[in-house]
Design a protein around this ligand. Structure first.
Ligand SMILES: Cc1ncc(COP(=O)(O)O)c(C=O)c1O
Length: 441
């Protein structure tokens, strides 16, 4: 490097001479546990129950190719050009059709197209969070959202869930706790349907109650719903956005119902917030990909996208059933959630096991998972595991759970061997206890 370009501070490190020049917010950017796992799990011999990759092989490729060809033949010069910062109007109309499936109505003007809903999470956080502001977040919550919140130096306050989703009483307590500490709550981030990572769904009754609490406390709700249409037995309760326009920002995505490679998601927001979102989006990326938007728009006008979503549901339901059956067969003394849609099962290990420490051994046994700590900002989730059933085939799922069982059992045996006279001598007895109800704390 030319000495000319060295930073003025002499106290960088050997690895990074610019170490002392970063903004404070860069300290919040840490390597996600999921990223490290993606590298490992991509080896073909490893069964990955880790990532949340959709089963894109269930989407007939010719449908995508036809849409792409038609877009290029008929609107090539638009597809290759910059476009509106808010998104292509025709796609925004289609997004209204998609949201209508879940009972949400709105106008084309309310919709902002984003580069995946991940970008919408980033923009909303950028608009609202000063360092030290509080975001209320389910315990556990989506690792990618926690990463964004950290990168804007938010204080993340977890709120307890159970099998029925976020607990309203726990929300009230968290609000009181934060307010009495003098901090400002900017919004509640929630994934009400088939939550990532817990797989649970917020009941209709609780949706009403949570909206009432947030309304009376003046707290904005950020409702993230990428999985709502991927239900198994029946649709989940209507989104909160369907009954409340002013206090809810709603996020949707084509990543799970079409394909994540196009990177198209959206936000629907109260008028004033929507204007700011468009400005923030323009400053971040000028406009979302014209090509991606037009291809999705073409696909939605010409293909039977509703029946394609039905196909996805069938694929995921079979995989979920396979995973639950394998867990019941091999790990009957443990507990796990029973999702009615989405991609994930949340497994609770005995509390003396540490899922993160166990992971290298699991990878040696050729199975990968995401340790629970990835989904907490406060070190929680040590004995929890997120298992994804979305990507592996049923055969791989069976094999993966068998391998995971070997790892868990040998981990327990190891602890017993080294703690034969210590407090862990009761492990063997406790293994045969009947399982307690799942808790998500
Ligand atoms: C809850 C949740 N929100 C947002 C995202 C981001 O999705 P995308 O940016 O692909 O729309 C994901 C992806 O897994 C997710 O699980």
């Amino acid at each position: 490097m030319n000495s000319h370009h060295r930073p003025s501070s002499p106290s960088g490190t050997n690895l990074d001479p610019w170490y002392n020049n970063y903004a404070d917010r860069a300290a919040g950017l840490s390597v996600s546990e999921v990223r490290a796992l993606f590298a490992v799990a991509s080896r073909p011999e490893v069964v990955s129950l880790a990532g949340g990759m959709p089963a894109v092989s269930a989407l007939p490729q010719h449908l995508v190719v036809e849409s792409m060809a038609k877009v290029m033949a008929e609107q090539g010069s638009v597809a290759l050009q910059y476009g509106s910062g808010q998104g292509v109007p025709r796609l925004r109309e289609h997004i209204l059709d998609v949201m209508a499936q879940e009972g949400i109505s709105g106008s084309v003007d309310d919709v902002v197209v984003t580069t995946g809903s991940q970008q919408a999470l980033d923009l909303v956080t950028k608009l609202f969070i000063n360092p030290g502001d509080v975001i209320l977040v389910e315990a556990p919550s989506y690792v990618g959202a926690i990463g964004v919140f950290r990168s804007y130096q938010a204080d993340i306050e977890h709120v307890l869930m159970d099998d029925d989703g976020l607990i309203p009483e726990a929300l009230r307590e968290a609000i009181t706790r934060v307010k009495s500490s003098g901090r400002t709550i900017k919004f509640l981030y929630t994934i009400p349907n088939f939550q990532n990572p817990a797989g649970v769904t917020l009941t209709a009754q609780r949706r009403v109650e949570i909206l009432q609490i947030c309304r009376s406390e003046g707290i904005l709700v950020l409702e993230d719903n990428p999985y709502g249409l991927l239900y198994f037995d029946g649709p989940p309760p209507a989104p909160m956005r369907s009954t409340e326009d002013e206090g809810v920002i709603y996020l949707g995505s084509f990543s799970k119902t079409f394909a994540p490679g196009f990177r198209v998601g959206w936000a629907i927001a109260p008028h004033a917030i929507r204007e700011k979102l468009v400005l923030a989006a323009e400053s971040a990326i000028l406009c979302p990909s014209s090509f991606s938007q037009l291809v999705i728009s073409e696909y939605l006008s010409t293909a039977d996208w509703k029946s394609q979503i039905n196909t996805f549901r069938g694929v995921y339901e079979e995989r979920k059933n396979t995973m639950l059956a394998a867990l019941a067969e091999h790990l009957p003394e443990m507990t796990w959630t029973k999702p009615n849609g989405g991609f994930y099962v949340w497994l609770t290990l005995p509390d003396y096991l540490d899922a993160k420490q166990m992971l290298p051994r699991a990878v040696t046994e050729l199975v990968a998972y995401t340790p629970g700590t990835a989904f907490y900002a406060d070190g929680g989730g040590r004995n929890k595991i997120r298992l994804s059933f979305c990507y592996p085939t049923p055969d791989q799922i069976r094999l993966g759970i068998r391998r995971l069982t070997t790892v868990i059992n040998s981990e327990i045996d190891l602890l017993e061997t080294f703690n034969a006279t210590g407090p862990l001598q009761t492990i063997r007895q406790s293994r045969s206890f009947s399982a307690p109800p799942p808790d998500l704390d």
